[in-house]
Ligand binder design. Structure first.
Ligand code: ZN
Length: 287
């Protein structure tokens, strides 16, 4: 397992962590100030700056992109599948222009939440089938562009409104069915927030192996959690054994960034430089 205690060269910042403190260009400047060499930006932040300008800013700053957030949200009424496909193709094009290592995919939940305006449904099995269909189509496009897709399983609490792929096993089943040859173009983004509770997680990390482990996200699970979406903890403030999970992915050969992704009303209220200083300190001590 890599030693993170003396520098933070393997720290990547998911830019949602500073969503309320700065725009994309301010976040890029902050990364330079703090010696952070990788980010994972969100599509709306890039769109606000303009794709060309954003791509140039990333290049000029010498930043790596550990991922691009996010593609997916597949379930939708039949009439809207074309819109879903086009949106995901644009996401692939943007990720390629930015030079992202992968696209982080959040599959989507029931169609009325994944694509508002779709007819209400309680059929989660049908939603999961639509995820597989949409993902297969997106994968063909992504393969041509050489942009890998990383399925992020989300905690089951999000199954209805965000993501009906809820375990690492389920994500890897999709990988095995859609990419049996392990092309390196389809894998998983493992976020400790979503996987720490899973009794099967260690075995599934071994099953994934190096070629399916495309991204590793860190934060912490607070007890109690006041808001299921926006009360993630700073690493070290909660109950996740982050080092144990990092050791497991690195035992498979994962050698990429450890990406800090904290959606938190508390941390969004703090000054940008204080947040980054704390991220770096915790990355060295508890990640
Ligand atoms: Zn994540």
């Amino acid at each position: 397992m890599r030693d993170f205690s003396s520098d933070h060269r393997w720290l990547s910042l998911n830019t949602a962590t500073l969503r309320k403190q700065g725009d994309f260009s301010e976040i890029i400047d902050a990364c330079a100030r703090h010696g952070i060499r990788a980010i994972d930006p969100w599509r709306e932040q890039v769109a606000n700056m303009g794709l060309d300008r954003a791509a140039r800013a990333v290049r000029d700053a010498g930043l790596d992109l550990s991922g691009y957030c996010r593609g997916g949200l597949f379930p939708a009424d039949a009439a809207r599948r074309g819109e879903v496909r086009d949106d995901n193709r644009r996401c692939v094009d943007e990720a390629k222009a930015l030079g992202a290592a992968c696209i982080v995919l959040v599959a989507g939940g029931l169609p009325q939440y994944a694509r508002p305006g779709s007819h209400p449904s309680k059929d989660i099995a049908a939603a999961r089938a639509q995820v597989e269909e949409g993902l297969a189509e997106m994968l063909d496009y992504a393969k041509e562009a050489r942009v890998p897709l990383a399925i992020e399983p989300l905690h089951p609490a999000y199954a209805a409104d965000r993501c009906c792929v809820n375990t690492t096993a389920q994500a890897l089943d999709l990988c095995d069915r859609l990419d049996p040859g392990r092309s390196g173009m389809l894998g998983v983004a493992l976020d400790v927030y979503h996987i720490w509770w899973d009794p099967e997680v260690m075995g599934q990390i071994a099953r994934a192996g190096k070629d399916r482990l495309l991204a590793f996200h860190v934060c912490d699970w607070l007890v109690p959690t006041k808001d299921i979406l926006n009360d993630r903890g700073m690493m070290g403030d909660g109950v996740i054994d982050i080092k144990r999970l990092r050791a497991a992915v690195e035992a498979q050969g994962y050698a990429g960034y450890s990406e800090i992704e904290i959606f938190s009303n508390d941390w969004w209220a703090k000054p940008l430089d204080e947040v980054l200083k704390t991220c770096i300190e915790r990355h060295r001590t508890v990640v």
